[in-house]
Structure formats: C-alpha cells, structure tokens
Design a protein around this ligand. Sequence first.
Ligand SMILES: NC(=O)c1ccc[n+]([C@@H]2O[C@H](COP(=O)([O-])OP(=O)(O)OC[C@H]3O[C@@H](n4cnc5c(N)ncnc54)[C@H](OP(=O)(O)O)[C@@H]3O)[C@@H](O)[C@H]2O)c1
Length: 311
Amino acid sequence: MPTNILFAATTDRWADYETPLTAALDASGLDYRLATDMPPETVDYIVYAPNSAVQDFTPYTRLKAVLNLWAGVENVTGNETLTVPLARMVDDEGLGQGMVEWVTGHVLRHHLGMDAHIVNPGRTWDDTAPPLSKDRPVTILGLGTLGQACASALRGLGFPVTGWSRSAKQVPGVRCLNGAEGLGAALDGARIVVLLLPDTAATESTLDAGALARLAPGAVVLNPGRGPLIDDAALLAALDSGQVGHATLDVFRVEPLPEDHPYWAHPKVTVTPHIASATRPESAARVIAENIRRGEAGEPLLHLVDRAAGY
Ligand SMILES: NC(=O)c1ccc[n+]([C@@H]2O[C@H](COP(=O)([O-])OP(=O)(O)OC[C@H]3O[C@@H](n4cnc5c(N)ncnc54)[C@H](OP(=O)(O)O)[C@@H]3O)[C@@H](O)[C@H]2O)c1
C-alpha cells in the first residue's frame, strides 16, 4: 500500500513544491501518493505550512507525523488536535544559507557604515575609516541551527561573537553562554545584537528596556527571529535616546507591519518584509523526503519539535 502524503499549504506553494517534492520522494525509493487533497482518514504524513486550511487534525486518524515547511512552529505547537510528532524545517543548504547571507549582509552594512556613502546628498568627503571586525563584538541570542551558522560565518569574518542559548553549547571560536544567568553577560557591551530565538512564552520580550540598556551605546539590533522577541515600546525609546543606533527588523508582532506603525517612519529603523530567509523548495523537499523515508523505515524522525518547550 502506498504511503499517502498530503501537501497542505496555500495553493500557490504547490506550484513551487510539486516538482522538487516528487523528485525527492522518487529518489528516496518510497512507494507513495502525493496530493493536495485526499480523504483525511487515508493520510500518513502531512507536509505542512501553518497558514494552510488544515487547522483541525482530528479527522486524520492514521496520521504518523506532520512535517513543517517553516523553521518557526509557534502557530502549531499549541494546536491540541495535533497528537503525532511534529518536525520543523532544518535545511542548512537553503534556509540556513539564506539566513547567513541576510545576517552577514546587515552586520556588514552597519559595521562598515555603508549608508553614509550610499546616501550622501551633501557629497561629504568623510574619510573616517571603520574599525576592524575584531573591535565590533556581536552577540547572537539563539544558538540553534541558524544562530550557530551565523555565529560561525561572523567569526570567520573576524568578529568576536558571543552566543546565548537555553542549554550549554560549544561552537568553535564563539563565546557560548546560556540560561537566564548568561543573558546579561551576553548583552554587556555588545555593539551588534542578532535575535535568532524562537517565539515561545519564555522568549517574549527578551529584548526589553533592561536588556537594551546593557548593550554598548549606539548598538545595532537585527531581528530576523520573531517579532515578539522585542518589547517594541522599549526599542523605540532606546532608538530615540540614542542607546540603540539602528534597528533592522525583518519580523513583527503583526505582519504585514501596519502602515501606521512607527517603525515604518522611524529614521533609525530599517524594515525588511519577513524575507530574511525563505524555505527553498528544492533543498527543503529533500529534507521532507528523508524524514518520510525514516518514518517508513522505523528510524527516528529528524528535527522533532519539543511541544512543551514550544520549539
Ligand atoms: N525571518 C525569517 O525569514 C526566518 C526564517 C527562518 C527562521 N526564523 C526564526 O528563527 C528562529 C530560530 O531558528 P532555528 O532553526 O535556529 O531554531 P533552533 O535550532 O530551534 O534554535 C533556537 C535557539 O534558541 C534557543 N532558545 C530557545 N528558548 C530559549 C530560552 N528561553 N532562553 C535562551 N535560549 C533559548 C535554543 O536553545 P537550545 O539550543 O538550548 O535549545 C536554540 O539555541 C525560528 O524559531 C524562527 O522563528 C526566521
């Protein structure tokens, strides 16, 4: 009997995924059926985007696992109708590489002071050289798949990098701190802080007024993680006081960011529209196919979400 795989995402995504997913499943040697619609009681696996029409998993009585197409799972972990394992998207080749490029690009923009030369209406000849990377400490909050990849890339460029996570970590060349007691030291004197934590009850407003006050004066905040990690009122106050020199924000509590939100008009804020890193169908399809192959072979699934921890 074939393994039945339901693709549950917004309809436009099927056009992107049908070919790569079919190729990856063929390559895995599975006997399968892949479709965007099938009777719920026949479905073995759901390839899932949290904004799809499937929100009640109760009718999927023989479901073995849900394979999320996104790295973030905050919209799924609380779904009490989901009682089977949930895997999130971990794809170094696509999602991971994209995040490394976005983070290093925006770190270098601020480190080199590129704006002063790109936008220079007064044709000012200011030949002040930027410091070297070794003098610009960067802190990454969240030292998971994406945080570690970004930490290693920035380390490779010469930045002193501190990373912070829940459990203790070891990343070559990176100062690793963890737990509530490690947060203050991770923030102290950081000149650039990058948020790559998941959105959970425990991470909400990690960057609040107290945390912002510990950064070096004029520090830069980059948020490619999730909107609720920041206390927005505290960040706006810190931007206005000069404690924070600039914030480049990709994610927000409400998306799309409402037109009248103060971030849009703020001269020290750059808004990017949740594009820091997208799931790339070709490489993500291989991750999904490998997990289904593992499930059917009785091997443990990769990238399982800890529902209690929320990520
Ligand atoms: N903007 C975009 O386009 C985009 C794209 C992809 C992902 N994202 C966001 O990036 C986030 C990170 O992705 P990932 O794949 O790197 O996730 P991950 O591998 O699960 O890593 C999460 C990291 O956060 C740490 N953490 C979680 N709760 C914590 C807490 N209470 N205190 C301290 N550290 C805590 C974890 O600690 P442990 O290591 O100890 O578990 C881990 O190091 C995603 O959740 C998603 O929201 C955004």
